[in-house]
Structure formats: C-alpha cells, structure tokens
Design a protein around this ligand. Structure first.
Ligand code: ATP
Length: 272
C-alpha cells in the first residue's frame, strides 16, 4: 500500500499486519462530546491508519456524525484530544489549521451541494477558497475531478436538481477530492442508492483509495460496503468504541449489538 497520498500506482489491499505497522493519521483520545445536559460520547479513543478504509458503524443516533464533525472541528468537544497527521488540532494556529484542512475532504450526508451552483462550480468551491490559480486551471482541475468520479463531462454544467441520487454522490465526492486530500470523510455515502448504484460507488471508493493512497473514514449502515471495501470497522455504542478490527473480528464478537447487527436478518444477504 502506498504511503504517499498521490501515488498513481495501484496497490494491493492491506493485511491486518500492514495496518498495525502503519502511521496513525487520526488519533482520538478521551473524547467527550455533548449538547446541554446530554452526553453523546465519553472517554472515546480511536485510531485511523494511513491508507485504510475504516468503516464506522453504530445504531442510529449513537453519534457517528457527531464524532465525524468533532474531528472536523464542526462541533465543540468538552474534553479529550484529536490529533490529525500528528498535530493536536487544539494547538494549531489558524494558519496551520487551514493547512491541515486542505489535506482532508468531506462528503456530507445528502451530498450538501450548493443548489445554485453547477457541479463544476461546486467542485471549484474549495479550490477557490484555498488555491490561487487561474480560471483556466480551475476549469481543468474541476473537469479532472469530475472524470475521476465517473461522471460524464456534460454533468459539469448541470445543477444538483438535474442529477440522480448516484450522480449527486459522485459530484459530492468530486468536491471532496478537489484539493487532492490525504483523508476523505464519507458520511453514509451509499444511503439512498439502489444496490447496483451502491455497489458501483463502493467500487469507486476502493479504486480511488488504492490509486490515490487515500485514507477513508466512512460512516455507513451498509453491510455490503462493510464486507466488500472496508479494511477495518469500528463500532460505536454507549458513547464508546466497543470493538474495532477487520470484518472477521466483528463477526466473531459476542457483543449483543454487534451480534444483532452482523448476524441479524438484514445481514444474511451480505454474508451469502
Ligand atoms: N447540534 C446538535 N445539538 C443537539 N443535539 C445534537 C446535535 N447534533 C447531534 N445531536 C444529537 O446527537 C446524537 C447523535 O447524532 P448523530 O447524528 O451523530 O447520530 P448518528 O449515529 O450519526 O445517527 P444516524 O446513523 O441516524 O445518522 C443524536 O441524539 C442527535 O440528536
């Protein structure tokens, strides 16, 4: 597995041993997040390794999106540390923080595209914010990202309202990739897609991870994604990570929620 972010060489999938030897790109320790009197997570620890696809699971409302947003600095934490690329995010100057933000991309739930902008203009939003480059280069780079996610060139001038659900996900992914990130955060990327579209999106994520050396932090309820593309899975329950490891570790767990999730009725098709 390539350790650099922009290697063009396709790479093999990592073994658990590879993952253990790998650099930690996100390290969360003792995290507590809450709103008012409600505590969503407490004493939460999590490591994400460079180059892996980490699937992040948990029952609805357990705090998967909140954790993602806490790492991104979009919701405040009460206590704990969050390090990204070895840097404590609390200790950074605004300038250094901005430099770190350029190294990650985010695909929010529902895509979160700007409805008044075309696909190309949406992809260019982060480029305009962080890069000083000519309009011609902005156009060329945006078209490259649009092609990378499997959209046809004519999608560039379409507005989100003209796109199918699958195209919206791809356009959002193109925007997440706008600044050649090392980490991408994907919040339920296959939700709302039909099984074929979801499978194609999984393949796209896997291909991009292998060709670009991306680290992927993927919140998902999609058992097929967990089985087919994730190198490791981390499960959130009762405000903590209750288990993490490759799919086989999760399947072998005796934790009641994990058993119900991975061996319940809905799990049968994915296991078949
Ligand atoms: N800004 C906020 N203010 C108050 N409560 C919030 C806020 N954001 C999230 N919550 C609460 O935090 C809890 C966790 O929400 P979160 O969206 O992270 O769950 P989730 O695990 O991602 O769920 P799902 O799988 O359904 O998307 C929920 O009870 C939610 O209502």
């Amino acid at each position: 597995m390539a350790e650099t972010s922009h290697s063009a060489t396709p790479t093999r999938r990592p073994t658990p041993q590879d993952v253990n030897d790998r650099e930690v790109v996100i390290r969360v320790r003792g995290l507590e997040v809450g709103f008012g009197t409600k505590t969503i997570m407490k004493d939460l620890d999590l490591d994400v390794y460079r180059g892996e696809i980490l699937g992040f699971v948990g029952a609805s409302g357990t705090g998967k999106s909140v954790l993602t947003r806490a790492i991104l600095g979009l919701v405040p934490k009460r206590t704990g540390t969050i390090e990204v690329f070895g840097e404590d995010l609390d200790a950074l100057s605004p300038q250094s923080r901005k430099a770190i933000e350029q190294r990650w991309g985010v695909l929010f739930q529902q895509g979160a595209l700007f409805s008044s902008l075309t696909v190309k203009q949406n992809v260019q939003v982060p480029m305009r914010e962080y890069l000083s480059i000519s309009e011609r280069l902005l156009d060329e780079l945006a078209m490259l990202k649009i092609e990378m996610v499997g959209l046809k060139p004519d999608a560039a001038d379409k507005f989100p309202s003209d796109l199918s659900g699958g195209m919206i996900k791809r356009a959002s992914l193109a925007r997440a990739l706008a600044l050649d990130p090392e980490i991408v955060f994907l919040d339920e990327p296959t939700s709302g897609l039909d099984p074929i579209g979801a499978g194609e999106f999984d393949d796209l994520i896997s291909t991009l991870q292998q060709t670009l050396g991306l680290t992927v932090f993927m919140v998902t309820h999609d058992l097929d994604s967990l089985h087919s593309v994730c190198d490791r899975i981390a499960a959130l329950a009762e405000g903590k990570i209750i288990a993490s490891g490759p799919i086989d570790t999760m399947l072998a767990s005796n934790h009641p929620w994990l058993r119900a999730y991975f061996h319940g009725k809905r799990a049968r098709a994915a296991l078949a």
